[in-house]
Design a protein around this ligand. Structure first.
Ligand SMILES: Nc1ncnc2c1ncn2[C@@H]1O[C@H](COP(=O)(O)OP(=O)(O)OP(=O)(O)O)[C@@H](O)[C@H]1O
Ligand SMILES: [Mg+2]
Length: 311
């Protein structure tokens, strides 16, 4: 089931008393399946935050439409099913973590008895229980992000919007946040996150879209986007450079990486099976075989560069 369905969404901001306009979103079409983690990637100023703000009803779109939970996204009652962690969020310095949670819980209209229990559960989930009575001014960035995440989860939302959830957080803290997000996904929650930390996104998202100057330039499953369909790495117990005939080496564009590791190219005209049969025929034992991958960062950079050239 699709939780978010965006159709032809555009947003143009007018600045300097309408003299200048900025197109932050340009005909965006996107959908997000229930129970998945969706990553929206893009450079600074690409329009990521604007898209989240439009979906939350904080910013009005110039044109286009969107459905959430199958309904028009402007329906107010849907807000109860949504959680939000804004980018660069700030909580009052003089409050404790628990006071912040109570404040936001009450703003959400949560009933006292439920709220007390929920606050404890959420602080536990993000491993902030022992800091709950400390003032915000003593918190590190990682702790602020974790508290922000707990706050976003207070109303037990089905759909969570997270704008740069791991920004400024150290590697251990990022891993903890990743684990929380994966646990939420296990519970069936849908997570929409904005990030430019691509190695992070690669580890947890099911699908990603790349936004460039307000336009979606690519969308897809992370595995599909990063796999190099025709390149395989193969680890064997023999020196293929000597063992194989020149014609086979040439056909599969065999490339030696180390004494036992090779790169081969396969496609319809040079099937993997034939290569394996050939190795077996020579008595070679195959220890490992895997499709080569690009990092999401490589994919992102080449997409953006190609788009820049096109424009
Ligand atoms: N309220 C506003 N008024 C005018 N222009 C705006 C407004 N909000 C955003 N913009 C412009 O819209 C564009 C997209 O901004 P947005 O904040 O959505 O980008 P972003 O992808 O979230 O960037 P970042 O990675 O830096 O957070 C930018 O050019 C920005 O200057
Ligand atoms: Mg932003």
């Amino acid at each position: 089931m699709k939780i978010i369905e965006i159709e032809n969404l555009s947003k143009t901001f007018s600045t300097t008393f309408g003299k200048k306009t900025v197109t932050a979103l340009n005909d965006v079409n996107l959908s997000v399946e229930q129970g998945t983690i969706f990553g929206l990637l893009g450079q600074n100023g690409a329009g990521k935050t604007t898209l989240i703000k439009v979906l939350l009803g904080i910013v009005y779109p110039t044109s286009g439409s969107c459905k959430m939970f199958g309904e028009d996204f402007t329906n107010l009652h849907l807000k109860k099913r949504i959680g939000f962690l804004p980018e660069n969020h700030k909580f009052p310095n003089y409050m404790t973590g628990k006071e912040v949670m109570t404040f936001f819980g009450k703003l959400s209209g949560l009933e006292n008895l439920y709220l007390t229990k929920r606050i404890d559960e959420m602080l536990e989930l993000v491993q902030m229980t022992k800091w709950s009575k400390s003032k915000i001014k003593t918190y590190s960035k990682g702790m602020m992000q974790r508290l922000g995440l707990a706050q976003a989860m207070l109303n037990n939302p089905d759909l969570l919007f997270l704008d740069e959830p791991t920004d400024g957080v150290d590697p251990i803290g990022r891993k903890e946040i990743r684990n929380v997000l994966l646990a939420l996904k296990e519970e069936g929650k849908t997570i929409f996150l904005n990030s430019h930390l691509l190695s992070e996104v690669e580890l947890i998202t099911d699908r990603v879209a790349v936004l460039h100057k307000g336009k979606i330039i690519r969308e897809g499953n992370v595995h599909e986007l990063t796999s190099k369909k025709e390149e395989y790495k193969i680890v064997v117990d023999a020196d293929l450079a000597y063992l194989l005939d020149g014609a086979i080496k040439e056909k599969y564009a065999l490339q030696k990486i180390s004494s036992s590791t090779y790169l081969i190219h396969v496609d319809e005209s040079r099937p993997m099976n034939d290569f394996v049969d050939h190795l077996r025929g020579k008595g070679v034992s195959i220890k490992e075989m895997a499709q080569e991958k690009n990092s999401l960062e490589d994919v992102f950079i080449s997409l953006v560069q190609a788009e820049e050239k096109r424009l």
